[in-house]
Ligand binder design. Structure first.
Ligand SMILES: [Mg+2]
Length: 386
């Protein structure tokens, strides 16, 4: 039996954003796993297709991994228990997941984006961000539409695109544009665009944070923007001030991360015995997140993205990284996102191959020194009348 090990790593491997940033384009592949299968089975196009373990007579906790829009019309959606999906859409065609196929296609997509745009920042298996300079929203939308159509032509995969002068707004625009859409939000339109949405539309706000905000009477993003920075900071920590800015449409200008700060940091744990129990994994995620957070605090570093990587018992590796709406030092934000990601990866695996975990990695990216963050807070606090 190998001894359990825990290792902290930091380095410049996370990658800085490209220079001269003006707009962020966010791309999210539509019904990605299903779309990958349709490339190989074009005869199934236009039919209700579900990727997931078809329900059998045996009890199962399997969930839908991806559903075609034809299946979604019956109320099927990803993460739904397969039994429920089968009840809603009895004529669905079930395809067992083939994760290595989706990984390969994901690499094709990322390589295609890189050829087209230069630097790409993958956000998950089927999501990525690129930056570009363009005179106005209309020009950005033209770029997105032609990329969307060329990508569909070259790889046979449909996608949705969101553009904005801020990564988080671009991501939300992509969600609204789905499926097969393009939506670009100009700086002046951000507050009006986000205002009516529930706070859950903001990536990084999960049920726990939404509950905390709801108890303070905050339901929509407009509600959030109407509050003082100080109040939301009191509720959510430093991140809260960024959220108020976001809700008001006063997003910080895009810029490169300072090269002096390390760009990413991660903590690994290799288990003595491969782990196949989700609550135990979650316990380890909490411990590793705590260690990672302590090391960031010691150096006064904030982070803007959280990732989880799992190495399976057969040494294959999956990872998922998700951006937060702004820089934060909040342990809560780190822990909540890390737990969410480990659940996603684990559930997907359990519905398919079901391997055990050999090594768990908790990672943060977009590190910055807290000085910059503090400067911003100082700038805002006096502007808040008591
Ligand atoms: Mg997608």
């Amino acid at each position: 039996m190998r001894p359990p090990t825990t290792v902290i790593r930091g380095g410049a491997d996370g990658g800085a954003m490209i220079s001269e940033p003006t707009w962020v384009l966010y791309v999210d592949m539509d019904a990605f796993y299903v779309s990958c299968e349709l490339v190989d089975h074009p005869d199934l196009r236009g039919r209700p297709v579900i990727v997931g373990q078809a329900p059998s007579d045996r009890p199962t906790r399997a969930v839908v991994l991806s559903a075609s829009y034809e299946a979604r019309a019956f109320g099927v959606h990803s993460a739904q228990p397969v039994r429920e999906a089968a009840r809603r859409c009895p004529n669905a065609l079930w395809i067992p997941p083939d994760f290595s196929k989706y990984e390969r296609r994901s690499q094709d997509v990322m390589a295609w984006l890189e050829r087209r745009f230069g630097r790409v920042r993958p956000q998950s298996i089927d999501e990525a961000m690129v930056r570009l300079s363009a005179p106005d929203a209309r020009a950005v939308a033209d770029v997105a539409r032609s990329a969307q159509s060329d990508l569909a032509q070259s790889l046979g995969l449909p996608s949705s695109w969101g553009g904005a002068p801020s990564a988080v707004v671009a991501k939300i625009a992509t969600d609204v544009a789905k499926p097969n859409g393009v939506l670009v939000v100009d700086a002046a339109e951000i507050a009006g665009f986000l205002g009516p949405m529930t706070v859950r539309a903001i990536p990084g706000i999960g049920p726990k944070t939404a509950d905390r905000l709801a108890r303070a009477g905050i339901h929509t993003i407009a509600d959030l923007g109407a509050r003082r920075h100080r109040e939301i900071r009191g509720l959510l920590g430093a991140w809260g001030a960024d959220l108020v800015d976001l809700a008001r449409g006063t997003i910080p200008p895009l810029r490169d991360e300072p090269s002096s700060a390390p760009i990413s940091r991660s903590v690994d744990r290799t288990f003595a015995v491969d782990e196949r129990n989700l609550p135990a994994l979650e316990g380890s995620v909490r411990e590793l997140a705590g260690e990672l957070h302590r090391s960031l605090e010691k150096e006064g570093l904030t982070f803007g993205a959280v990732g989880i990587a799992l190495r399976w018992s057969d040494f294959q590796r999956v990872q998922r990284i998700r951006s937060l709406p702004g820089s934060t030092r909040s342990f809560d934000a780190l822990e909540t996102m890390a737990i969410r990601l480990v659940r996603e990866l684990f559930e997907e695996e359990r519905s398919g191959v079901g391997r055990a975990v050999r090594t768990l990695t908790v990672r943060v990216e977009r590190l910055a020194t807290r000085r910059g963050q503090q400067d911003r807070l100082d700038r805002y606090v006096p502007a808040e009348p008591e």
